[in-house]
Structures are given as structure tokens and as C-alpha cells.
Design a protein around this ligand. Structure first.
Ligand code: 6PG
Length: 482
């Protein structure tokens, strides 16, 4: 019997996906560039399963049922191109290559177009959920050649996480690099959620002087509210984790955040699309700032800007903080979906936003109860431009607003850095303000550069230039917009 799928790359994600496929009744051929790893896998975790190994790419291809499905679980970048180059001569028209790595979606667009010309169907699939997700049910976001979907659907939907209603957290996202695009935004949102949680922890620890046991309990409590999510749950665990000497391990971890680039790509993309994705972008910058450890240590010594403790009823502050966190999180997702909508429209991807939320509902790092509500919001109104105007989320935002303002104001007052909760609030203040001071900006642009402006008393699209000083001419500069 030929195999259903071949998987290349036996690092932990690859191995776990293969084991997951095997558990679900699919026959998998495993291959790795360092071939000795194949034997180690077959004699180790894959022992006693139906998983088989390949000694070369040709051997892998020969063992596959047609159309052949080959999934790459290798490091994103040039390695993917190398494997594609080596695989294509061995494959036939209609065969399928899937990239399950964290690839930057323009690369997937390019590979999709190149392989389409060669008759190979290409799929770029975002896979989220870390090692455990890969093993027992990840969220999978496949995009690329729609003709490939019926062939990979049974495998992907079987191995993916399921919602409580039994729906697979995997569906077809859209053509070209749409799957990897959605995974990129997922990671951006992941960065935002992690930073928001870190800000709440900082407020509790440095502002309110709470102990780790108290904080652990609070996060565990929050996990029973609308904040119910994987990241809140692991934060409670982390706060409760003691090092060998009994002290909380988290305090021994150096405060410099790493990043592999997906959050940065999301921010760059937002700038390119002109979408105010402020929270995620600020969360990337927060990681950048954290990495300037030596400079920060020096600056703290030289600059008189201490964090002062926060007085008042602790329980009240903690509840205000919960509301600030929830409201900020809504803004982050709202911004993320604004970016997804813009990219969908620009690329003609025709994305289904409710389905995106469903794919993130389970299995992935940002999985949460909240995504069920986001799905409902987009199902009720697929044209929803801003999630915060959906009745459910609008009510939460309005209810949380006073506490959220208090928390942000207090953090500024006490010298606590709070980039994301404050940027979310600033965004909402701007988004719900009909008249912003951009009239002044336009006047300045016209004053120094004859860039023209539109008038409130004239129809949109008519542009005016004023000779502000009497010295400039009446000639305006060309009008073009980014
Ligand atoms: C996932 C994660 C994963 C990501 C890590 C590390 O969805 O399972 O998003 O794909 O690579 O979270 O990301 P950073 O190193 O950039 O924090």
C-alpha cells in the first residue's frame, strides 16, 4: 500500500505532525536531509507505528500515492527553495508540495506562481500550536492552489484541533500566500497578547507589589472570564513555577525578548497597507526596547525616573486591569482583522473572516474563547470594518473604558511603561473621533510644500492650494498618495 503523504524535516514539529497523521490513520513516509535522523525516528518515537522512512527524495516520491503530497517541515527561507528545486524533477503534473513552515507570504506567492507554471500544486500552510499542537491537534491555515485542497483536506482536517462543537480548526484560507499571510497575522496577534499580559504582570508586580502566588491566582481567575485563553493559562502556570531554590523562576529570566520575525513582518505589512496596526507594532518595538538591556541598565542609573508604587484598593485595581487587558485585546484583534481585510481586498483573496477566527479558536497559541465571539461577529456581519463596533464587543469596550483609562493614566503617573494598553486606548480615542487634528497637518503640508488639501465645505476629491504667505506661487505639487 502506497503512502498518503510524505513529510520532509524531522525536527520536533515535523516528527509530531507525522505521529499525529499516523494516529489518524494516514500512512506517512518520513524523510530528513541528514538521513540518519530517519532511522533514529523510526527506531524511536515512530517505533511500532505504520510510519515508513525514505533514504532519498526519489525513494520518498516512489512510495507516495498519486497525486503525491509532499509536506516540507523545514526552516523557512532558502532551504524550502532548495527542496522544491530538488523535488520538482521527481514529481508529475498535479502533484502537491506543501510548506508547513513560518514562511513570509511573498515567498509563498512567488513559489505558488513558479510551480503553477510547472503544473505542481503548491500550498503554503501556517501551522500553529507548538510541539504539543503539532502532536495532538494544531491550528492549520492552508492557502495556495485551490485544486490541492480536496486532496489535503481529509488529512489536515483530521489532524487539526477541533472546537467544542467538533469543527476542525483548519479550513481553506485562500489562493497564493493567503495561508501564510493569515499565519503571519496570527503571530502578530500572539506578540500583542503576550505583551499585554506582560504589561498586566508588570503593573501587578511593580505597581501593586503583588506576590507571585497572588498573581498566579489572579491569572487563573481571569482564565474563567472572557479572557479565557491559552496564553493566560500558561501565564498562571509560569507565575507559579518555582526554581530549585523555591523562588519564582520567571524572575531569574533575563528581560530581553527574542523574536524570529513574524511580528516584524506583520508591522511592516501594516505600514505597507496603510493600516493603523498600532498595538502589534508597539509590541514588536517593546521587544526591541527590551533587548537594549545594557543601555537600559545604564539609563536607569543616570536618569531619575523611578516607578512609584500604586496606592488604593488592590482588588479594585486588579479588576480595572482585567478590563484594560480585555479592552486592549479587542482592539488588537480588531486591528489584525483590519489588516486581513485590506490584504484580502487588495490581493483578491476573498477571505472569510469568520473562518479565520474559527481556525484560531483551537490548537494555536492565541486560542481562546473570545475567538468564538469574533467568529459570531463576522458571521453576523461579514462587512464589519471594525470589530469594536460589533454589538457584543462594543458593549465590552464601553463598559471597560473608564477602568481602562484609569489604568493607563495610573501607569503614566507612576512611571510604568505600558506601550500596548496605552496605544490601544489611543487608537480607540482616535477611531471614535469624527474630527482629528489632521486638518492642521494638511495645512502645514500645503503651507510648506503646496501639497493641497480638501475642504469641509466642498465635495470630497476637490483639492485646493492656498498661497499662505503671499510669497509662494499658486502652483500646487502633484497629488499622489501612498
Ligand atoms: C505558533 C508560534 C510559532 C512561533 C513562535 C516563536 O503559532 O506556534 O507562532 O510559530 O514561531 O511563537 O515566535 P518568536 O520567536 O518570533 O517569538
Amino acid at each position: 500500500m502506497k503512502a498518503d503523504i510524505g513529510v520532509i524535516g524531522l525536527a520536533v514539529m515535523g516528527q509530531n505532525l507525522i505521529l499525529n497523521m499516523n494516529d489518524n490513520g494516514f500512512k506517512v513516509v518520513a524523510y530528513n536531509r541528514t538521513v540518519s535522523k530517519v532511522d533514529e525516528f523510526l527506531n524511536g518515537p515512530a517505533k511500532g507505528t505504520n510510519i515508513v522512512g525514505a533514504t532519498s527524495l526519489q525513494d520518498l516520491v516512489d512510495q507516495l500515492e498519486r497525486p503525491r503530497k509532499v509536506m516540507l517541515m523545514v526552516r523557512a527561507g532558502g532551504v524550502v527553495d532548495q527542496f522544491i528545486d530538488n523535488l520538482v524533477p521527481l514529481l508529475e503534473e498535479g502533484d502537491i508540495i506543501i510548506d508547513g513552515g513560518n514562511t513570509n507570504y511573498p515567498d509563498t506567492n512567488r513559489r505558488y506562481a513558479e510551480l503553477r507554471e510547472k503544473g505542481i500544486r503548491y500550498v503554503g500552510a501556517g501551522v500553529s500550536g507548538g510541539e504539543e499542537g503539532a502532536r495532538f491537534g494544531p491550528s492549520i491555515m492552508p492557502g495556495g492552489d485551490p485544486e490541492a485542497w480536496p486532496h489535503v483536506k481529509p488529512i489536515f482536517q483530521a489532524i487539526s484541533a477541533k472546537t467544542e462543537q467538533g469543527e476542525a480548526c483548519c479550513d481553506w484560507v485562500g489562493k497564493e500566500g493567503a495561508g501564510h499571510f493569515v499565519k503571519m497575522v496570527h503571530n502578530g496577534i500572539e506578540y500583542g497578547d503576550m505583551q499585554l499580559i506582560s504589561e498586566a504582570y508588570h503593573f501587578m508586580k511593580e505597581g501593586l507589589g503583588m506576590s507571585h502566588d497572588e498573581m498566579q491566582q489572579i491569572f487563573a481567575e481571569w482564565n474563567k472570564t472572557e479572557l479565557d485563553s491559552y496564553l493566560i493559562e500558561i501565564t498562571a502556570d509560569i507565575l507559579g513555577y518555582k526554581d530549585e531554590d523555591g523562588a519564582p523562576l520567571v524572575e531569574k529570566i533575563l528581560d530581553t525578548a527574542g523574536q524570529k520575525g513574524t511580528g516584524k513582518w506583520t508591522g511592516i505589512n501594516a505600514l505597507e497597507h496603510g493600516i493603523p496596526l498600532t498595538l502589534i507594532t508597539d509590541s514588536v518595538f517593546a521587544r526591541c526596547l527590551s533587548s537594549l538591556k545594557d543601555q537600559r541598565v545604564e539609563a536607569e542609573k543616570l536618569f531619575n525616573n523611578p516607578i512609584s508604587s500604586i496606592d488604593g484598593d488592590k482588588a479594585q485595581w486588579v479588576d480595572a486591569l482585567r478590563q484594560a487587558l480585555l479592552a486592549s485585546k479587542i482592539i488588537s484583534y480588531a486591528q489584525g482583522f483590519m489588516l486581513i481585510r485590506e490584504a484580502s481586498e487588495e490581493n483578491g483573496w476573498d477571505l472569510n473572516y469568520g473562518n479565520v477566527a474559527l481556525m484560531w479558536r483551537g490548537g494555536c497559541i492565541i486560542r481562546s474563547a473570545f475567538l468564538g465571539n469574533i467568529r459570531d461577529a463576522f458571521e453576523a456581519n461579514p462587512e464589519l470594518a471594525f470589530l469594536g463596533l460589533d454589538p457584543y464587543f462594543k458593549e465590552i469596550l464601553e463598559n471597560c473604558l473608564p477602568a481602562w483609562r484609569q489604568v493607563v493614566a495610573k501607569s503614566f503617573e507612576s512611571g510604568l511603561p505600558m506601550p500596548c494598553m496605552s496605544s490601544a486606548l489611543t487608537f480607540l480615542n482616535g477611531y471614535t473621533t469624527a474630527r482629528l487634528p489632521a486638518n492642521m497637518l494638511q495645512a502645514q503640508r500645503d503651507y510648506f510644500g503646496a501639497h493641497t488639501y480638501e475642504r469641509t465645505d466642498k465635495p470630497r476629491g476637490e483639492f485646493f492650494h492656498t498661497n499662505w504667505t503671499g510669497k509662494g506661487g499658486d502652483i500646487s505639487s502633484t497629488t499622489y498618495d501612498v
